[in-house]
Design a binder for this molecule. Structure first.
Ligand SMILES: Nc1ncnc2c1ncn2[C@@H]1O[C@H](COP(=O)(O)OP(=O)(O)O)[C@@H](O)[C@H]1O
Ligand SMILES: [Mg+2]
Length: 229
């Protein structure tokens, strides 16, 4: 793992400002050491060169919505920093404040519709809510996707089913508010994204099975799906 230090790319020196949580790669917020003091994201793929290629390829596929690239070589990637909060923290706050579930649903639908339209046949792959940043203030807020490593060909219902499984299991899991969110999310997926409901359930179930193994949970999948339906 990389420690805090200065880096020089394209002749400009940067210092590390903060390290983000990443299970696999090293992800840093960096700032140029000059009057500009520009902030960027540095990803170090030291032991994961194939992942770097995958990230670049995903960014190319969704190029209309990608992050502005500053530099890349076989190990490092530097791109635009998107200030704002993650979708996860926005989602958690929305529930705490008992905000209408329509707010996150509308925000996500607008984003997904534009994203899928720009690259037909492709899906995001890793829909962890920490991979989306809400930028801009209230009425102008927008979602930006920041992790293109798992972009692939697939059915949009794969992303959508996983989104509802993730949404339901964030802490506190399986609350009434989260079920309301999911029910509206599915309804709008059918309307706005022309998604197939049965397929969404199929992929959600698949994700719950994976979660029970991965997180050693005992989610009562038939019971949850009954409530969702
Ligand atoms: N362009 C960006 N703008 C703002 N924050 C970012 C950006 N890229 C990454 N981050 C932060 O770093 C974290 C990890 O980055 P991510 O690309 O998701 O790496 P990983 O492959 O480990 O999931 C994100 O959850 C986010 O908090
Ligand atoms: Mg990520």
């Amino acid at each position: 793992m990389q420690s805090e230090r200065n880096y020089i790319f394209n002749g400009v020196e940067y210092r590390t400002v903060k390290k983000f949580f990443s299970r696999i790669n090293s992800v840093w917020l960096i700032e140029s050491i000059n009057e500009a003091g520009q902030k960027f994201i540095l990803k170090d793929f030291e032991h994961n060169k194939d992942r770097l290629k995958a990230e670049l390829s995903g960014m190319e596929i969704f190029k209309d919505f990608s992050l502005k690239m500053i530099y890349s070589d076989s190990r490092y990637l530097i791109h635009e920093y998107v200030p704002g909060e993650t979708l996860l923290s926005y989602f958690e706050e929305a529930e705490k404040n008992n905000t209408s579930v329509s707010n996150p649903v509308t925000l996500m639908m607008n984003f997904l519709k534009a994203m899928y339209k720009s690259a037909p046949g492709y899906i995001l792959g890793d829909i962890n809510f920490n991979n989306f940043i809400i930028s801009g203030s209230n009425s102008e807020s927008k979602i930006k996707f920041i992790d293109f490593e798992n972009v692939k060909l697939g059915e949009i219902e794969d992303d959508l089913g996983r989104i509802i499984s993730f949404a339901l299991t964030y802490d506190p899991a399986f609350t009434g508010w989260k079920y309301d969110f999911v029910s509206e999310f599915i309804a709008k997926s059918e309307q706005v994204l022309k998604a197939d409901k049965a397929k969404i359930y199929f992929y959600a179930e698949k994700e719950f099975v994976a979660m029970n193994v991965r997180r050693r949970l005992e989610i009562d999948i038939p019971e949850v799906l009954k409530k969702v339906k």
